[in-house]
Design a protein around this ligand. Structure first.
Ligand code: PRX
Length: 682
């Protein structure tokens, strides 16, 4: 950690070491090349003086406190940030690989997010400035409004038989009713499972089945770039495959007629005349708050289970300190609530802190590319948080869009979801931040619940492309394939060596997979993140992407195996392999290789059909950039697909030694096809 105010202040001037070391565990070539490039990045940015003077955290005392006693540190914050109906006496209980935090504490998340602010006389404070997709459509929702709506829906849910311990699916667009639905579940002790509105009926069905959801909350239709998204129709198809769902609550949004099933009930009918108060369910700190599915290296998504006390604490503290949230801050996390970023930094973190947020239903490019800047100007947004992929789109579209608006309210900028290239970072700093806003590059995952590696913006000198240093109390390390720490500058597996409050507690219904995926490679005490990383001479972390079979497209995790097993469901497909190839805009793109069954001929139409097939089955984010047909897939003589080679083909790289292949000729054929399909000259 560097910067003024620190015991050893001063700018970072040293040039981080580069490493020649590459081992069998090293992440993919392009990530490696990228990171070598990043480590050449020498620019450093100290916290701007004006910002530092006003920052909530402006010296290293919290780092020192946590280093001395991390359990005591979190316990202190647990009483400062949260309201408990029974204060916990316990802190961390760690029976590797399972942990609990504050186990004997009792609280309710909705009380922490709402009641206590209203009780303190802050009910008129704006919780959300909601901006609809159509320009001009807007709504202001106060903390008192939210509390009333949450209680009414909570009472409604109780009236249709939802109880503490049940699970409720939520499949909605970015409306204020989405946090209302989540908090209504929390109020009565039911765990929610939010499924991103861009997911297909099948993906929704799978998540509903996996979580044993008893009810689903959805809406008639959503808006996406001026078009309607048939959420209710998708929900109907999903429920047909998820028989455990007994009731479906439907919010009216577009007002178009929708198909109606016997188990459906309109949100407005359910809540009309419902009591405006609802006794909150006392929840143990370790009771489930929600499940959220994420892709892993098998076809089946994993339902990460998050509990109430530790998660809420981690969400609130990281939100306040990292984004430097003050009384008068206007906060905007421009993610979708369907992802963990939205759960933690649109709903639970900001509401626990009583913050005013922006909630935007629409798309950054609709109706034009200045939409976000228009919103920043309109609501005087002070902290803005988005993904590098979007920043790269902004860079591509040009400065004229942000220049149309007054962005002087901004004090801080953040990024999440993937490594940010220094060019995009510097553009963000200059063009959006006007050279006065620190940028926090925040590394974390669905499983971690909240941010683990990040600068604290008033204290830490940043380097474009690096997520910098661990949040106080967090202990990440980079290790080799034997679990030994690597030297500074060398790449390896990013692991975390002790629990933190927001950590997921298991995978719902599959603790074995929790243990085998995350806590086996280096023993039960070491959490394996699945990411590769390096630390430079100053101890700064540089993330290098996934080491497992997970593709990160525009900050969204997708499983190669899930895409492959979807493709083989198509009648024409005998075998399929999917790989993530470097994409300058979206980080990675999906390239699939397909072997057809006899009787089916390769054609552009079939390739297009298969792309749509995947988009339909999983969701549009999973639509492959290309589906290529081969006579065979590149396999070793023992029949194992050579994934590294597929990636090289997809990225147009040199193929190297192919003599171990069963049939070396097929790779030349595939490479020619890939170059043609992806617009590269051979
Ligand atoms: O590979 C890392 C990447 O996103 C993965 C987590 O994805 P998900 O669970 O969907 O959560 C995304 C939002 C928290 C990580 O394993 N990732 C996330 N943040 C960063 C990142 N890679 C580099 N830098 C980041 N700041």
């Amino acid at each position: 950690m560097r910067g003024r105010g620190h015991a050893e202040p001063g700018p970072l001037l040293s040039v981080p070491a580069q490493s020649e070391q590459k081992g069998p565990f090293m992440p993919e070539q392009n990530a490696e090349t990228l990171i070598e490039g990043l480590l050449l990045e020498q620019r450093t940015f100290e916290p701007p003086e004006k910002f530092r003077r006003q920052a909530l955290i402006s010296d290293d005392s919290v780092y020192r406190e946590a280093a001395a006693d991390f359990e005591g540190f979190w316990a202190r914050l647990a009483t400062e940030f949260l309201t408990w109906s029974r204060e916990p006496t316990k802190r961390l209980e760690w029976t590797p690989p399972h942990c609990t935090w504050f186990e004997d504490g009792v609280l309710n998340a909705s009380v922490n997010c709402l009641d206590r602010h209203v009780d303190a006389g802050r009910g008129d404070r704006v919780a959300y400035h909601w901006e609809g997709e159509a320009p001009g459509e807007a709504r202001t929702v106060t903390y008192a409004d939210l509390l009333r709506e949450v209680c009414k829906l909570a009472n409604g849910l109780k009236s249709i038989g939802i109880e503490k311990g049940d699970r409720v699916g939520i499949y909605m667009g970015m409306l204020c009713e989405l946090p209302v639905a989540m908090l209504a579940c929390a109020r009565i002790g039911a765990a929610h499972i939010v499924v991103f509105g861009g997911f297909s009926a099948e993906s929704l069905a799978e998540r509903l089945r996996d979580s044993g959801a008893k009810a689903l909350i959805t809406q008639d239709e959503g808006w996406r770039k001026g078009a309607k998204v048939p959420l209710k129709a998708n929900a109907d198809r999903a429920c047909a495959q998820a028989p455990g769902v007994e009731r479906v609550v439907v919010l009216r949004r577009t007002g178009d007629p929708v198909p109606w099933e016997e188990h459906d009930i309109w949100w407005h009918d359910l809540t009309e005349g419902a009591e405006e108060t609802c006794e909150p369910e006392p929840m143990g700190a370790e009771d489930a708050l929600f499940l959220l599915h994420t892709s892993g290296s098998t076809a089946k998504p994993k339902g990460a289970l998050h509990t109430t006390g530790g998660y809420l604490l981690h969400a609130a503290v990281t939100h306040k300190w990292i984004f430097d949230i003050h009384e008068d801050s206007v906060w905007w996390c421009a993610a979708d609530i369907g992802w963990v970023t939205g759960h933690t930094y649109i709903v639970y973190g900001p509401l626990t802190n009583g913050t005013t947020s922006v909630l935007f239903e629409g798309d950054p490019a609709y109706p034009d590319w200045d939409r976000h800047w228009q919103i920043v100007e309109r609501y005087r947004v002070s902290s803005y948080y988005t993904a590098p992929t979007l920043i790269r789109s902004f860079v591509k579209m040009g400065e004229e869009y942000p220049k149309r608006h007054d962005l002087s309210s901004l004090r801080l900028l953040g990024t999440v979801g993937e490594p940010i290239n220094p060019e995009a970072w510097v553009w963000y700093w200059q063009v959006i931040g006007g050279g006065r806003c620190p940028i926090v590059d925040t590394w974390w995952q669905t499983e971690t619940g909240g941010i683990l590696i990040t600068p604290l913006p008033g204290v830490v000198t940043t380097k474009p492309g690096s997520a910098t240093i661990p949040f106080p109390g967090i202990e990440p390390e980079i290790v080799d394939e034997h679990g030994n720490p690597v030297d500074r500058g060398a790449g390896g597996f990013l692991v975390v060596k002790r629990p933190w409050p927001g950590m997921f507690r298991t995978l719902f219904g599959d603790d074995e997979r929790y243990v085998s995926t995350y806590f086996t490679q280096f023993g039960p005490e070491v959490y394996v993140t699945g990411d590769g990383a390096k630390q430079d001479e100053d101890g700064y972390f540089w993330l290098m992407g996934r080491i497992d079979d997970v593709i990160n497209v525009a900050g969204h995790r997708l499983s190669t195996t899930e895409i492959e097993s979807t493709l083989v469901e198509h009648p024409a497909v005998a075998e399929a392999a999917a790989t993530g190839a470097y994409d300058p805009q979206r980080g990675q793109r999906i390239v699939c290789f397909v072997l057809l069954k006899s009787g089916f001929g390769a054609s552009d139409e079939l390739s297009q059909e298969l792309r749509e097939f995947v988009a339909d089955k999983i969701g549009k984010i999973a639509r492959p950039a290309a589906v290529l047909f081969g006579e065979d897939l590149p396999k070793t003589r023992s029949g194992k697909i050579m994934r590294r080679l597929l990636k090289n083909i997809a990225e147009g790289d040199d193929l190297g030694d192919t003599t171990t292949l069963r049939d070396p000729v097929i790779v030349d054929d595939l490479k020619r096809k890939a170059d043609a399909a992806l617009g590269r000259s051979a």
